[in-house]
Design a protein around this ligand. Structure first.
Ligand code: GLU
Length: 552
């Protein structure tokens, strides 16, 4: 066996024990969680990545533990330029930062590195060499075609698919023959020689899914590919063992591989870490059926989508926590001013079947979140958004800073703030009328049943008596007076009792004014809007509205 091992890995002179010494157990308090986020360097952050990395960071943080970034680049096809930098940047944007691991394309921090798999080739090969020496691994020369043929035979026989037992052609291959083939430059992979028995069961307690029972693994999985790099399974074991990861928090697509992973840990006499498998985020599609959120079909699966919409990142995180832990929403309702750091994450409160990703709910959370910000915070948020996505608005916000803050302060910073902005991206459409520069080419939503002479009459009488210095009560009673004089009932209740006695009610009067200045029959507090516009601009708006009506 030694001859074969040396032939396959001639340059490997370290042993597993050497690496164990190099990466001693971490000195941490009992119960401290060490976990990681381990993406391929594709540069793309999916909402599912944000979900799992957030959960991993949160549980580590809750125990004063370690959260590190490991880059899994053994599949070279998935590597893109600046992939690592983009991942780090996008996560940082959501306050997901790491205690250890890669910090750029090439640099890293921490004592358990390298934290990028392509730089750990020797380490994996050392572990594989040890298995070869013990007769627990072997070279396999099967071509892709041969593997496919085996599969066809298994299908025909209705047998289990895979490379195991009698189907594992090179499992008991003569060592000297293998040496000959290698010397002959025949391509091969290194496979694990499983000692598992498919008829025996193993039990695993997943932190999210609970107790799981599987048959033991008996597949002779590939551990080192023909390019000398490890497969995911082998790298997962080697890395998480040497980096002393206590919890593997990953997507449940890996759940069926658990028997392989457990077996690898056991083969090296190492206690496996705890596993927590997260179900994918689901959505209800157009046809009403539930399916996985898809990178290809659903634009909202990309984290950049939220950035482009201007949904505050805090709101996205609040939503993620709402989806992740079923008791979070109730906790947050009673602890609105607390930091989410004060909430203790509980694996038992994670859905084990796949949480629904509900975009409307996210918008609602965002709306509530924005409603609790101060006017200055809204200003800063929308300014940052506009700087990237709407220069016209950015320039206005910069030019009229104090004025803009006052606009955002309408019905804000009070016990029941108004909830009308669901994202920074939809604020401009809701306040455009406060900026003369944006108030061109407008369409007015005057009530059809009131004719233009009447509208003109209301506006003319209103501008006569409008005084910026009036307090709200005086302002309102003046409007009532106008109504009374023109035959509109100033008391809604009275109006409803005898509608035929009047042309309309005070609501019609205020709506005429509202539409003339904002174009719409719905707006925040009219008194505040008028005060901010000031008498001259109100007059201009009225003239503009009248002109438009006359040109109709
Ligand atoms: N690179 C693996 C993936 O992206 C990591 C899975 C894990 O966390 O172990 O699926």
């Amino acid at each position: 066996m030694n001859e074969l091992a040396d032939l396959i890995f001639p340059n490997i002179d370290k042993t597993v024990a050497d690496y164990e010494k190099m990466y001693p157990a971490r000195e941490l308090k009992e119960g401290t969680i060490v976990t990681r986020f381990a993406p391929s360097p594709t540069g793309f952050i999916h909402i599912g990545h944000l979900f799992s990395s957030f959960v991993a960071k949160k549980v580590a943080q809750d125990t004063d533990g370690i959260f590190y970034l490991r880059i899994e680049d053994t599949d070279q096809k998935r590597t893109v330029e600046n992939g690592i930098t983009n991942i780090i940047r996008d996560l940082k944007n959501y306050n997901i930062t790491f205690n250890e691991g890669m910090i750029s394309e090439t640099e890293e921090i921490g004592n358990y590195g390298p934290y990028i798999q392509s730089k750990r080739k020797e380490i994996y090969q050392t572990f594989a060499k040890e298995l070869l020496k013990k007769g627990l691994a072997y070279p396999c020369f099967c071509t892709e075609e041969e593997v496919n043929d085996v599969r066809e035979i298994q299908k025909r026989r209705k047998d289990r698919i895979g490379y195991y037992g009698e189907y594992a052609k090179y499992r008991n291959f003569d060592e000297q023959e293998a040496i000959k083939k290698i010397k002959n430059n025949e391509p091969y992979v290194v496979r694990f020689k499983s000692m598992g028995d498919y008829n025996k069961k193993i039990e695993i307690n997943d932190a999210i899914k609970g107790k799981l029972t599987f048959p033991e693994n008996d597949l002779d999985i590939v551990i080192i590919k023909s390019d000398g790099l490890p497969t995911y399974h082998f790298a997962h074991f080697v890395d998480d063992y040497l980096m002393h990861t206590t919890h593997i928090i990953r997507s449940d697509e890996w759940i069926s591989s658990l028997p392989i992973h457990i077996q690898l840990f056991k083969t090296f006499n190492v206690k496996p870490p705890k596993y927590a498998h997260l179900s994918p985020l689901m959505k209800i599609d157009e046809t009403g059926s539930k399916r996985k959120l898809s990178k290809r079909k659903d634009p909202e699966s990309a984290v950049s989508y939220y950035h482009e919409k201007g949904i505050p990142k805090e709101a996205v995180i609040l939503y993620i926590l709402t989806v992740a832990n079923s008791n979070f929403e109730a906790w947050y309702d009673t602890n609105k001013d607390a930091s989410i750091d004060d909430f203790k994450f509980d694996f038992k409160k994670v859905s084990s079947s796949g949480s629904l990703f509900d975009y409307d709910k996210l918008l609602n959370i965002s709306k509530n979140y924005i409603s609790r910000l101060t006017a200055k915070e809204v200003y800063d948020g929308v300014l940052e958004y506009a700087k990237e996505f709407d220069l016209e608005f950015y320039n206005l916000l910069t030019k009229y800073k104090d004025y803009s803050i006052k606009i955002f302060n309408i019905e804000r910073e009070q016990k029941k703030p108004r909830k009308d902005y669901d994202s920074y991206g939809n604020i401009k459409d809701q306040v455009f009328y406060m900026y003369d520069e944006l108030f061109s080419d407008v369409t007015y939503d005057f009530d059809e049943k009131i004719n233009k002479e009447e509208i003109k009459k209301v506006l003319d009488s209103y501008i006569e008596i409008y005084d910026e210095n009036d307090d709200k009560d005086t302002w309102f009673s003046k409007m009532q007076n106008i109504g009374d004089n023109l035959g509109y009932c100033s008391n809604i209740k009275q109006y409803k009792e005898n509608p035929d006695n009047y042309k309309g009610s005070i609501a019609d009067i205020s709506n005429i004014i509202r539409v003339a200045v904002t174009t719409s029959r719905m707006s925040p507090d009219l008194y505040e809007i008028l005060k901010l516009l000031g008498k001259d601009r109100i007059k201009d708006r009225f003239n503009k509205a009248i002109q438009k009506l006359e040109n109709k």
